[in-house]
Design a binder for this molecule. Structure first.
Ligand code: GLC
Length: 574
């Protein structure tokens, strides 16, 4: 077997820079803060960081509206601070990938400022311009997708907010400038990129209108109120139909190949992970993206063994059938766009147990795991209560749309906004039980409120002191993973296909076979592996058990405790 690349065995950890650590006491995270926490990250046991955008930005979309691709946002520090961060990470054997936003810039980027200044400037064709809105397309964040610019007396297209104009990727000059920006960071030594919203780069060239009988605000409201199976089905169809002409269009494979070729010019196995679940963007398995996320795993309200099994069967079949080389899986349960793992997949009764189970799931499935900062201490969603606190402008846009245009009562509108805005899962990291959770000094107003549950043990300092905390559980699991060739690189063999309460599988490398059992139920279960002779399950050496059992088990029959995570090496031991 060819040795795996670093990005196949690594555990990635996403840092959301605004909320990670405030090193200069202004209420906003920064590089100084991140550097101070690198020892913490090394002790956690992760291998690579994905840094959400750190570039200058007017922050209409929290950094995903970039006004300069080759610099650092002043509130996060300077380019030298970035270089120090990269260097210090590498010294600790932690790789760093950046967020590359290709679909759009900020409307304050000099490229757009020039493009909108006249119809015949050198960058006139760098964005997507039309004399009149050619169709009824919507932006997925704030209403009409075509916004009027008085300077040109024309309309520009934006898939996201109006402050995020779409680049015209049919223009070779756009490619050249953006690839140069990618090279700028590769030359500095970054290990790769997470490619933002790649599916949205091209649009249907015939500009076919959508046929949904409502606009974005109405569709969001319709979705909020949908209850019956018919309404829920219609809601999904409408969301798909409204945007189907604005993403996943032809041209992307060629583009991904170009970018991959650039990365391949560099040493050190630089890598690309696409914010998309489409395995096709891995091309032949060798010539486009190294990884795409397994989003279908997390696109459910409840993680059940049945859902996970079907998901794995489908994903692995897709990855194994790439023409040149098998694709590698990439699993995640949360990021800065989604409700936090603890909240979303909890049941309000066993949230603590389920958080442990879900961590074990993502760390034992075949593939590269991505964790989101704060997940390791069980940070939960935090619901804002006042519209003035909202920083995610897609949330405030929706609030105003339903209050002003639809007459929804502000209280109801706020409750709905708090749920749909991504602010709830972007609150500052909870470092200690000091004021402001130790994120910023006391009395500083942080950019988003700190979740007050930091006072109840939901913070890193307290959990470091407590041997049975979630944080120490993550550390332990990460160590077990790292010391097991089966968990790092082994194949996935599902067992007991129809079990409803538990998910059992084997990971098998050349050197080692490991049995994993995740009990998703609150009952003790009697398991019988006597049918698994082919897998040789006659002696098990326990590598990890959340029920704190130790030593050996002698199957074929044994019991697992409620919500137990059981990981054991299979073999013949003396
Ligand atoms: C991606 C990002 C999201 C952002 C959007 C527009 O989906 O993850 O946070 O708002 O792209 O850039």
């Amino acid at each position: 077997m060819t040795p795996l690349k670093w990005w196949q065995t690594a555990v990635f950890y996403q840092i959301y820079p605004r909320s990670f650590a405030d090193g200069n006491g202004d209420g906003i995270g920064d590089f100084k803060g991140i550097i101070q926490k690198l020892d913490y990250l090394a002790s956690l046991g992760i291998d690579a960081l994905w840094l959400s955008p750190h570039f200058p930005s007017p922050n209409w979309d929290c950094g995903y509206d970039i006004s300069d691709y080759c610099n650092v946002a002043p509130e996060y520090g300077t380019l030298d601070d970035f270089k120090l961060f990269l260097d210090e990470s590498h010294k600790r054997n932690i790789r760093v990938i950046l967020d590359l936003v290709l679909n759009h810039t900020s409307d304050e980027h000099s490229w757009f400022v020039e493009s909108k200044s006249s119809r015949d400037n050198p960058k006139a064709d760098w964005f997507v311009w039309r004399d009149t809105p050619p169709n009824n397309w919507q932006s997925c964040f704030d209403g009409d997708a075509w916004t009027y610019s008085p300077e040109r007396d024309q309309y520009y297209y934006h898939y996201f907010m109006k402050q995020q104009p779409d680049l015209n990727w049919h223009n070779p000059a756009v490619k050249k400038a953006t690839w140069n920006a990618a090279r700028f960071w590769l030359d500095l030594g970054v290990d790769g990129f997470r490619l933002d919203a790649i599916g949205t780069i091209y649009e249907d060239p015939s500009l076919t209108p959508h046929n949904v009988p409502m606009n974005l605000a109405e569709l969001r409201r319709f979705s909020d109120l949908a209850k019956t199976p018919k309404e829920l089905k219609l809601k999904d169809e409408y969301w798909h139909d409204m945007f189907k002409n604005q993403w996943g269009q032809t041209g992307l494979h060629e583009l991904m190949k170009e970018l991959r070729a650039i990365l391949d010019e560099y040493d050190g196995d630089r890598m690309l992970v696409g914010e998309d679940d489409n395995i096709d963007y891995m091309g032949s398995g060798r010539d486009e993206l190294h990884l795409v996320f397994n989003f279908p795993l997390m696109k459910t309200n409840k993680l059940t063994p049945d859902h996970i099994r079907k998901n794995q069967a489908e994903r692995l079949a897709g990855l194994n059938s790439l023409p040149a080389e098998k694709g590698w899986p990439c699993n995640t349960l949360g990021n800065h766009d989604s409700s936090r793992v603890r909240t979303r997949f909890g049941d309000k009764l066993h949230d603590a147990e389920l958080a442990r189970l879900h961590a074990a799931l993502v760390l034992t499935l075949k593939g590269t795991p991505f964790l989101y900062n704060g997940e390791e201490i069980g940070m939960a969603d935090y619901m804002l209560t006042d519209i003035s606190q909202v920083r995610d402008t897609m949330g405030s846009w929706y609030y105003h749309a339903i209050v002003t245009d639809m007459g929804v009562h502000p209280e109801e509108a706020m409750a709905r906004t708090a749920e749909m805005t991504r602010d709830k899962n972007r609150t500052p990291m909870q470092w200690s039980n000091n004021p402001n959770a130790g994120f910023s000094p006391a009395h500083v107003t942080t950019w988003l409120p700190v979740n007050p549950n930091y006072k109840d043990g939901m913070n890193i300092h307290d959990q470091e002191q407590n041997p049975s905390s979630l944080l120490n559980y993550y550390k332990h699991l990460l160590r077990v993973r790292k010391s097991s060739s089966a968990l790092m690189e082994g194949d996935f063999v599902p067992l007991h296909d129809s079990a409803e309460d538990y998910f059992a599988f084997i990971r098998q490398s050349e050197k080692q076979s490991v049995l994993v059992v995740l009990n998703f139920s609150q009952s003790q279960l009697e398991l019988d592996f006597s049918q698994e002779e082919a897998e040789n399950i006659f002696k098990l050496k326990i590598l990890f058990s959340s029920a704190e059992r130790q030593g050996r088990e002698s199957p074929p029959k044994f019991r697992v405790s409620p919500f137990e995570v059981f990981i054991a090496e299979i073999g013949s031991f003396n």
